[in-house]
Design a protein around this ligand. Structure first.
Ligand SMILES: [Zn+2]
Length: 381
């Protein structure tokens, strides 16, 4: 009843709905009923009771609560039982959902624009993988992993860059458009251009930056001085939608780092790494190879890794499930270093998982890679 995580989750979901309607109205869409989202009203009510319980004068209007959403939760006139880290967050930053609120809204699963976009991108990705792989599960899997990696490595693309991809994955729909191009048309914003295009990007995450003094804003990115880039499109340049960037590209950086670290030479032939096995049931499947008692080649052990880069450890722990179809000898929830290093993050996450999710070890990206190497040395001869 007095769970403040539920309250901020409902408010976040409500805010997502309010922002979605506002954008829809700005684009000339019809405004449906003028009512505020149900989750917002529920969050408001829960908060009202909290004010009552603490003998604080409750908020008088939705506008008052909206204004409060732009302040850190620690500065709200009512005390909320959230972790110290979570209290540092605002729900709104510059009129947009904060990363924390986004995570809360997604936990509440409202039908909002971001989720809709994210689903469209994932559907297009699956369609492209299955069209190019056909009946062969391994080919579908390979195409899926390659195309997902394309989006992690390339926040900006040109129509010229797409040519080799369309050659490699050449299946087309009834209109003759390749599934790969369709994926890019959905996940990116296309801009017709003439001649070479100059832009600045962060050297670490490769997201674009507006000028030389701005940072990329990517969570946990080490950044560095922006690089001058020149794109040479034939006629079109593509830049990722905000939803693609936030839900595919940015969280994909930690997955890509782990996959790359496990593909290094010393592990070749000893450890088999499958990115996004089962077309994304899991992030990484690791198989330790060796021989059985008869001297035959065998998989000695399998490890599964789900990598998560999220603002709130508490909300991550509440929403986390291990896929039932992917049981492994060892199962890891891997965190990027910038999250694992935050004081209390791992403890908060483990507290939420405790008793609810069994057999999953929380680990940071570097320790995971070290553990794989040590295990490979120990069991794969
Ligand atoms: Zn960056």
């Amino acid at each position: 009843m007095d769970d403040d995580y539920l309250t901020v989750t409902m408010l976040s979901a409500g805010l997502a709905g309010i922002l979605h309607r506002r954008r829809h109205a700005a684009e000339g869409g019809r405004n449906d009923d003028g009512l505020l989202p149900a989750s917002w009203r529920a969050g408001f009510t829960r908060l009202w009771w909290r004010f009552q319980a603490q003998n604080v004068a409750p908020l008088e209007s939705d506008l008052e609560l909206l204004a409060l959403c732009a302040h850190p939760l620690s500065a709200w006139p009512v005390g909320l039982l959230l972790s110290d880290q979570d209290l540092e967050n605002c729900l709104l930053v510059a009129g947009e959902l904060s990363g924390f609120a986004e995570q809360g809204a997604r936990l509440a699963r409202p039908d909002v624009e971001a989720e809709w976009m994210e689903n469209r991108v994932h559907l297009a990705l699956r369609a492209a993988a299955s069209a190019n792989g056909g009946d062969d599960d391994v080919l579908v899997q390979t195409a899926y992993a390659a195309l997902r990696r394309l989006m992690i490595d390339h926040p900006v693309l040109t129509d010229r860059d797409l040519i080799p991809w369309e050659r490699k994955f050449d299946r087309a729909d009834n209109s003759g458009q390749t599934y790969v191009r369709r994926l890019v048309e959905i996940a990116y914003v296309a801009r017709p251009v003439h001649g070479p295009q100059n832009y600045l990007r962060c050297p670490a995450c490769k997201n674009t930056v507006p000028d030389l003094v701005s940072s990329c804003g990517t969570p946990g990115c080490g950044g560095g001085a922006p690089e001058h880039m020149i794109a040479r499109p034939l006629a079109v340049i593509y830049e990722q939608h905000r939803a693609t960037r936030r839900f595919v590209h940015d969280p994909g950086l930690v997955e890509a780092r782990i996959i790359d670290a496990l593909c290094e030479e010393s592990l070749q032939g000893v450890v088999r790494v499958t990115p996004y096995p089962g077309a994304d049931v899991l992030d990484i499947l690791i198989e330790f190879l060796g021989s059985d008692v008869h001297g035959q080649p065998a998989v000695l052990e399998t490890w599964g890794v789900d990598a998560k880069d999220q603002v709130s450890a508490r909300l991550l722990g509440r929403g986390f499930v291990w896929p039932a179809t992917m049981r492994c000898d060892q199962q890891f929830l891997a965190l990027p270093k910038h999250r694992a290093d935050q004081p209390g993050y791992v403890e908060d996450l483990e507290t939420e998982l405790d008793g609810r999710v069994r057999g999953v070890t929380v680990i940071d990206e570097h320790r995971l890679v070290r553990r794989v190497k040590a295990t490979a040395r120990r069991i794969c001869q």
